[in-house]
Design a protein around this ligand. Structure first.
Ligand SMILES: *Cc1c(COP(=O)(O)O)cnc(C)c1O
Length: 486
């Protein structure tokens, strides 16, 4: 595949060109085959591009300018919390005491790093109201799976092998039913009512002695707080099931309410969302799980604990579900989250939720003038609009998303959640200034006017981006992922 418009780095390559100069060899030359087993030696030359340092820098700088990131503009992608990642996190992550250590180092030589992780665990336990926390899971979905495996181990330890079903509301995040399936459960859907909240009558209908757990995304994917959590907790616990809290979006309630206090047995958090871990490009992330005292013996091992004044990794946990990640989670992301928590303090974290919720409600109320609001109540950190008024004019939500690109905005999440026609899911986050929110709102209102007066402008957008309208089906179904010279 050759791209005329933007050559790949391989296409800049000239044989023999390098970015470095090594001193002349001043030791005897050795044949690799004399030193290593043959199986470890590559048989063909690695095909690497040969360029000068300046060419490499220009290539990647040009590439980065074609991208959109939180550092370059507003990024209201619902359910993703694309908030600003403070640079102090990066400074701390680069301190040599953290960046120059090795995970196989003797624990005695890295007590400071272990203390940091231990303090992070303790802080997250306090923030969520849980008994103990493990930092091993590398993402939200990984935390979900880890939590469900602990619930499974709990039921099996009680001989309750018949508890094979996990109840998941239709307003849950998409990873919930997927994690339930991967953890070996059958996922059962419970319907939402006309207010967009879990229908308690439907919950009573599906709950039974085969229930292993209820997984609740709160706020749900409509951005709404599940008002009847205490009733739900009672219904599920009564039936012998456990309660799982998907806390990926803790920025909606942090400092105000704690899953542990609501009766949840397991919770996961997304440190790469609420706690400012950068999450462009798919990772690395961190999805710690917190558990109640009853489930603590099933936590992944090793468990980081403190014995007198020493931090140790405890492997002597006979009921543990085992290790779920090499080493002990994504250290760098956990360190950034720790820095964030220490910078904000308890009051600061509470303010995060306040502003995240305030910003979302402000935008929702201004935008509902032109965009249909399917569930008309206060939202939490995000809200869902429907583009159905615009669709009647021949302008789809996809067109609106594309048009936003012309104004330098990353579009909101679209066509999710599935239970809203032509959905537009907006999450402003607390880190944006009111001017930015207003600019985005004004642009959305202008696009609504264009849809009325000049629909073809919106239908053919974007005009200002490097890549114009893509063939989405071909891009999704037949992606070209590998560079070939043909
Ligand atoms: C993002 C998100 C997840 C999944 O987290 P990953 O880190 O992408 O695996 C799960 N639940 C909710 C509510 C989320 O917003």
């Amino acid at each position: 595949m050759h791209n005329e418009d933007f050559p790949l780095i391989f296409e800049h390559s000239q044989p023999g060109r390098t970015s470095f100069s090594l001193p002349a060899l001043d030791v005897p030359e050795t044949d690799l085959e004399d030193v290593f087993e043959k199986t470890y030696i590559r048989e063909t030359e690695a095909e690497l591009p040969e360029l000068s340092e300046l060419q490499v820098i220009r290539h990647y700088t040009a590439l980065s300018k074609r991208n959109h990131g939180v550092d370059s503009g507003f990024y209201p992608l619902g359910s993703c919390t694309m908030k600003y990642n403070p640079k102090i996190n990066e400074d701390v992550a680069r301190l040599e005491g953290f960046s120059h250590i090795h995970p196989y180092q003797d624990g005695k030589t890295v007590q400071g790093a272990m203390e940091m992780l231990y303090d992070l665990q303790t802080s997250l336990a306090e923030i969520t109201g849980m008994h103990e926390v493990s930092l091993q899971p590398a993402a939200g979905a990984h935390g979900e799976w880890t939590g469900l495996m602990m619930i499974r181990a709990f039921h099996e330890a009680n001989g309750d092998f018949h508890r094979t079903k996990v109840i998941v509301p239709d307003s849950a995040h998409g990873t919930n039913p997927a994690s339930a399936t991967v953890a070996g459960f059958e996922s059962v859907t419970v319907q939402s009512n006309e207010n967009g909240l879990v229908d308690l009558e439907d919950l009573k209908r599906v709950v039974g002695n085969d229930t292993a757990a209820l997984m609740l995304t709160n706020p749900n994917t409509l951005g709404l707080f599940e008002e009847h959590i205490l009733e739900m907790a009672e219904i599920v616990h009564e039936a012998g099931g456990k309660l799982y809290y998907d806390g990926a979006n803790l920025n909606a309630i942090m400092g105000y309410a704690r899953p542990g206090d609501m009766g949840f047995d397991v919770v996961h958090l997304n440190l790469h969302k609420t706690f400012t871990g950068p999450h462009g490009g798919g990772g690395p992330g961190s999805g710690p799980v917190g558990v109640s005292e009853e489930l603590a013996r099933f936590l992944p091992k090793p468990v980081l604990t403190k014995v007198e004044e020493t931090y140790i990794f405890d492997y002597d946990r006979p009921d543990s579900i085992g290790r779920v990640k090499p080493y002990y989670g994504n250290f760098g992301i956990n360190l950034r989250a720790y820095t964030y928590i220490r910078t904000m303090g308890a009051e600061g974290l509470k303010k995060v939720s306040e502003y995240a919720v305030l910003n979302a409600n402000y935008m929702m109320r201004r935008l509902e003038k032109e965009y249909h609001l399917p569930y008309n109540q206060h939202c939490k950190h995000e809200f869902v609009l429907s583009g159905k008024n615009q669709k009647k004019l021949g302008v789809r939500t996809l067109d609106i998303a594309k048009r936003l690109l012309d104004f330098g905005f990353h579009p909101p999440t679209i066509y999710f959640p599935l239970n809203v026609e032509e959905a537009l899911m907006v999450e402003p986050t607390e880190t944006e200034a009111k001017e930015t929110l207003d600019e985005f709102i004004d642009t959305m209102l202008q696009i609504a006017q264009e849809a009325k007066n000049n629909p073809e402008i919106v239908q053919e957008a974007p005009y200002t981006t490097v890549v114009k309208r893509m063939d989405e089906t071909t891009a999704a179904r037949k992606p070209i992922l590998r560079y070939t010279t043909q």
